[in-house]
Design a protein around this ligand. Structure first.
Ligand SMILES: *[C@@H]1O[C@H](CO)[C@@H](O)[C@H](O)[C@H]1NC(C)=O
Ligand SMILES: *[C@@H]1O[C@H](CO)[C@@H](O)[C@H](O)[C@H]1NC(C)=O
Length: 202
């Protein structure tokens, strides 16, 4: 092999390593927290619009999401608002299952009352052009957490869905010890639930 072609092989190899190390993501860069829960799943035979619609259609969450069983946009006094889609600055009431319900779920799947938790969130970012959505935990001051979701087109009918919630605050390490694994399972399974729901409809 000439010097030139061996250099070429090495540089192609280096490029490949670089691409693998810097995995593509549409999640924004955020500071590291105490811990985080995340998911990343490729959904086939779908469109970014279909994934975005599923994520922003709050009344439809129970049809596919084993972790967030209800997401309701509420007023500061907790009254249900007429518009049930994400709007920056609005409050969001969540009824969750930690750990998540077994898959698959639909709107009639009953909660496991032992695993039911309530949370109030504030919707922080709604960015349809970027395919990004975020809300932050606003239930108490001992834990701070912001959850991002991102949708991006990988081509050939494949859409990447990603989500990550970064936890901070005085009680974050206690939360990690008690519920960290269950929260991670909730993220894994809501990615799997979304994939099941959208690929079934394909
Ligand atoms: C999320 O957690 C992983 C694994 O601990 C870590 O490598 C990554 O840097 C964390 N990301 C953020 C934004 O905290
Ligand atoms: C707030 O509203 C939700 C949704 O209607 C309800 O399930 C929850 O119990 C309410 N919280 C309080 C404290 O009333």
């Amino acid at each position: 092999m000439s010097n030139y072609s061996s250099m070429r092989v090495i540089s192609i190899f280096a490029l490949h390593v670089l691409v693998v190390l810097c995995e593509y993501t549409n999640l924004p860069e955020v500071p590291q927290g105490v811990f985080n829960a995340s998911t990343r799943v490729e959904i086939h035979s779908t469109t970014t619009a279909a994934v975005w619609n599923a994520l922003t259609n709050f009344p439809g969450y129970a049809d596919w999401n084993p972790f967030v069983r209800a997401a309701i946009v509420v007023s500061p006094l907790n009254l249900t608002l007429p518009e049930q889609y994400p709007v920056e600055g609005k409050r969001l009431f969540l009824r969750t299952q930690i750990p998540p319900l077994p898959l698959p779920v639909n709107k009639d799947t009953p909660d496991n009352l032992l695993n039911t938790q309530f949370a109030y969130e504030r919707i922080t970012h709604v960015q349809p052009d970027l395919g990004r959505l975020a809300w932050e935990y606003a239930t108490d001051t001992l834990i701070q957490a912001e959850r991002w979701q991102a949708v991006s087109d990988l081509g050939n009918g494949v859409v990447l869905y990603e989500s990550r919630e970064v936890f901070n605050g005085l009680l974050a390490s206690v939360l990690q010890k008690t519920l960290g694994e269950s929260l991670q399972k909730g993220f894994d399974d809501q990615g799997r639930g979304l994939k099941l729901f959208l690929e079934r409809g394909a």
